[in-house]
Design a protein around this ligand. Structure first.
Ligand SMILES: NC(=O)c1ccc[n+]([C@@H]2O[C@H](COP(=O)([O-])OP(=O)(O)OC[C@H]3O[C@@H](n4cnc5c(N)ncnc54)[C@H](O)[C@@H]3O)[C@@H](O)[C@H]2O)c1
Length: 439
């Protein structure tokens, strides 16, 4: 700890184990990407931890180190990966199946990818309806399954020699559920695990196993997991960081870029219609109405929170907001997202904006996985427990303290993230007031 640090940050010594339920498109693109970067075959484009700098002190000080030189982060060489999936394919086969990366690149990474084979999954058809796979844990109660996962975690820690672990959910989106009585306290939850309560989802069993094992948990999907009183209580009790939910990529990323800009100029919005076509396995799962409902809730919330119709009724009270996701196999992972935005300006005169984003879902998500893993490990080494709101930057539906509305504006989120890093290291927070330059 240097004299000025606000928190003691343990050094990032030893290997960092990354535990990932779900080894589909996002996970394999993340793993292959890390291996490609390590070999100098590509650059970690899109990763704030790898590429972004952070300004320290005054604008005239000329101090802008890379974030990874400013705070102690695990290096890519120190990452070691463990996964679970309902399919038995190794990471090389699963990456080919996902169809995101070119075969010529995957072939250069074949050896490390083939070495990653998923553990049998805890899976429940009531929560993910459209897929079936053979690689499942033996039958048992939900508590038995939690114990099997804790056993997997213990064994992975031993076999990989990892000094620390982080878990990040990159599995399919589960069916929409609201928190129930079983999620009210950790006591109820543990009772529910024993009695196989139907409201407890597989992702909650993974999260419980992680938190009980002292492992931070991040949720990349939109369903209900650690955003329940029971698991928040467990995270705080075990001094473990949690964050979520739903990676902010593609269309919602665009929304959180455009909407704050329109609002900053006090331009009105009367309608925002968003539609997507995508053909990967994620798209297939989201074709089920229950899983789509989880995604829809997460996607709809961002705009409402950014535009604040209660504060600006003349501009945003009557906005019609619609989000559609259409499963269209020919596109694979190369999603296309259209937005039609009906806006109005001075004296109410209407205008329109059209966005056609030909994106690649997993290419946008993979660097987020890397950043979240590294920052969650940092948070744990800095003794930060419970909800990590400073990582909202990465999520469509950021978790916050109870009663606090989430901040969705990506520029405020980035400022919050960087100020948190400055705060950790005892540097002055940057307010952008800047009066001192004019004294
Ligand atoms: N790609 C993006 O831009 C993006 C953005 C936001 C959120 N997400 C979310 O990230 C998740 C992963 O996306 P993807 O494109 O890789 O999907 P994918 O369908 O390619 O991969 C998900 C994998 O999870 C596995 N799985 C499902 N339930 C499981 C369980 N209980 N245990 C272990 N494995 C399980 C599936 O078999 C599949 O291989 C999805 O929930 C998706 O909605 C993705």
């Amino acid at each position: 700890m240097s004299a000025q640090d606000n928190v003691r940050i343990a050094p990032a010594d030893g290997k960092l184990g990354v535990l990932i339920p779900g080894m589909g498109a996002v996970t394999t693109t993340f793993i292959a990407g890390v291996e490609a970067v390590k070999r100098g075959l590509a650059k970690p484009i899109g990763s704030v931890t790898q590429l972004s700098t952070i300004r320290l002190g005054k604008r005239t000080d000329g101090r802008s180190p890379l974030i990874k030189d400013f705070v102690p982060l695990a290096s890519l060489e120190d990452l070691t990966i463990g996964t679970w999936d309902i399919f038995e394919e190794n990471a090389y086969q699963a990456a080919q199946h996902a169809g995101v990366l070119e075969k010529s690149l995957l072939d250069q990474l074949r050896e490390p990818l083939e070495a990653i084979c998923p553990q049998p999954a805890v899976f429940d058809h009531e929560f993910v309806k459209r897929i079936h796979g053979p690689n499942l844990k033996p039958e048992g109660s939900k508590m038995d399954h939690a114990e099997m996962l804790m056993d997997d975690i213990r064994k992975f820690r031993e076999s990989s020699g990892a000094a620390r672990l982080v878990m990040i959910w990159c599995g399919s989106t589960e069916v929409f559920h609201k928190p129930a009585e079983v999620h009210a306290t950790i006591r109820n939850f543990e009772c529910g695990l024993q009695k196989n309560d139907p409201e407890i989802s597989p992702s909650q069993i993974y999260a419980y196993a992680a938190l009980k094992s002292g492992v931070p948990y991040a949720n990349g999907a939109p369903h209900l997991t650690t955003d329940t009183p029971a698991l928040i209580e467990l995270a705080r009790e075990r001094n473990v960081p949690i964050c979520g939910k739903d990676f902010k990529t593609g269309q919602t990323f665009m929304k959180t870029l455009i909407a704050p800009g329109l609002k900053s100029r006090m331009l009105g919005v009367s309608g925002w219609f968003s539609t997507n076509i995508l053909g990967n396995r994620d798209g297939e799962v989201l074709d089920d109405p229950g899983s789509f409902k989880s995604k829809e809730e997460s996607k709809l919330s961002a705009l409402e929170q950014i535009l604040q119709p209660d504060l600006y009724p003349d501009l945003y009270k009557n906005i019609y907001h619609k989000v559609r996701i259409n499963y269209y196999p020919p596109r694979g992972d190369a999603k296309e997202g259209w937005d039609n935005i009906d806006i109005f300006g001075w004296l109410g005169y209407p205008m329109q904006i059209k966005i056609d984003f030909l994106c690649r879902d997993s290419i946008l998500a993979a660097p987020l996985v890397l950043d979240l893993v590294l920052f969650m490990d940092l948070a744990q080494r800095a003794g930060m427990r419970g909800v990590q709101e400073w990582l909202s930057f990465y999520f469509k539906a950021p978790m916050t303290a109870p009663g606090l509305y989430p901040e969705h504006d990506i520029f405020i989120q980035l400022m919050k993230l960087k100020n948190t890093l400055r705060w950790m290291r005892g540097e002055a927070l940057i307010t952008h007031l800047g009066l001192e330059y004019y004294d």
